[in-house]
Design a protein around this ligand. Structure first.
Ligand code: KG4
Ligand code: ZN
Length: 336
């Protein structure tokens, strides 16, 4: 094929129903329907997520084609997230992808959601530089925290990871202790911007050479709050900005510290961030400082940080080039 392929990509692993259309490495549309219903429950309710995906997927598909100004019969392949994620949520996207593949008689491409967060860096945009291989990617989302050495589009080495909670999960769980609404990460970030991050000290989430452990941090914040509330029942309210800033600084310092260690030990100076937590303002600030210390830092556009289908599409594009398709009998995988 001389022309760039049109890939339709589907993401439904958690609480965002998203469909994108790519032409080659360029995104023509990237429609995301976020499920607000989970806010009432303080976390994602799997059964409700599956139902919302069922309701959203057809309108999101039609809008993605419409915005891209592409007809279904122009598509060359269907890429979809087949894991990791919530099984019922994945099933909706996988079944929709299979139906389209049969109806349009075009190949099906299975995509690992975590690889997609990393390869989002290879999406082509105006005025945006893409990293060359090899590069390091700090993937920080609600479900994952990893430092990955990316050797090629299909060659990933995990060199650091969390041994328990993910960084986003830590933000969300600590925000819940502070009675903030779900998802807590962005709210805590906003409050932290008006606080003093050096006021309180919590347990360090670094673990071993390049790993992390965030469950101890959550416990340390919990015990700290319980102790302070005994002395002053208004403690959270009166110190909210400083608590948020101190928690945020503890998490981000650990992330950046391990990333620098990974860069030094691999001698790779190109570092990227991916996943929902890469929207965090303190993380972005500290990464910018790395830029001034001789690192090449790559931060994806905001719309490609949190869960979205364009990142599924870029993996689909590389697999399409290698004719790396899957069969119709493929099953989603909750864990990898
Ligand atoms: O990648 P993502 O959209 O979904 C997956 O988990 O795959 O990441 C969502 C996570 C949530 O935990 C959310 O609280 C966190 O990213 N997050 C943030 C910020 N924006 C989103 N955490 C800290 N600061 C932010 N600004
Ligand atoms: Zn994600």
């Amino acid at each position: 094929m001389n022309q760039q392929p049109f890939i339709l990509a589907i993401e439904s692993s958690c609480d965002d129903t998203s469909i994108a259309v790519l032409k080659g490495k360029r995104v023509l549309s990237n429609v995301v329907a976020s499920q607000l219903i989970h806010e009432d429950f303080g976390g994602v309710v799997p059964e409700l997520a599956s139902r919302a995906h069922m309701q959203n997927i057809l309108p999101v598909y039609l809008k993605a084609l419409n915005v891209a100004n592409v007809q279904a019969n122009q598509l060359n392949a269907i890429a979809f997230t087949n894991g990791p994620g919530l099984m019922g949520a994945l099933l909706v996207g996988v079944s929709f992808a299979k139906s389209l593949s049969i109806a349009l008689n075009i190949p099906l491409i299975d995509v690992n959601h975590i690889h997609a967060h990393v390869l989002a860096h290879l999406i082509e945009e105006d005025n945006h530089q893409n990293p060359n291989f090899p590069f390091l990617c700090l993937t920080v989302s609600g479900g994952h925290t990893q430092i990955v050495k990316v050797n090629a589009a299909d060659d990933f080495e995990i060199i650091g990871k969390t041994i328990d909670d993910a960084a986003g999960e830590a933000f969300d769980k600590i925000a819940k202790l502070l009675n903030l609404p779900y998802p807590g990460g962005p709210v805590l970030d906003k409050l932290a911007q008006m606080g003093d991050g050096s006021r309180f000290t919590f347990s360090d989430p670094r673990n071993g050479f390049l790993d992390f452990s965030f469950s101890g941090l959550k416990t340390s914040v919990l015990y700290f709050l319980q102790k302070e509330i005994q002395k002053n029942s208004n403690f959270i309210h009166e110190n909210l900005n400083d608590i948020c800033a101190s928690v945020q600084k503890t998490i981000v310092n650990a992330l950046i510290n391990q990333l620098i260690k990974a860069a030094n030990s691999t001698k790779i100076k190109a570092v990227a961030i991916a996943g929902g937590v890469s929207a965090n303002s303190e993380l972005r600030k500290q990464l910018n400082e790395l830029n001034q210390k001789g690192f090449d830092v790559y931060v994806p556009s905001f719309q490609f940080c949190t869960d979205n289908a364009a990142m599924i599409g870029i993996v689909g594009y590389f697999k399409f080039l290698n004719r790396n398709f899957c069969n119709l009998n493929i099953l989603p995988q909750a864990k990898f």
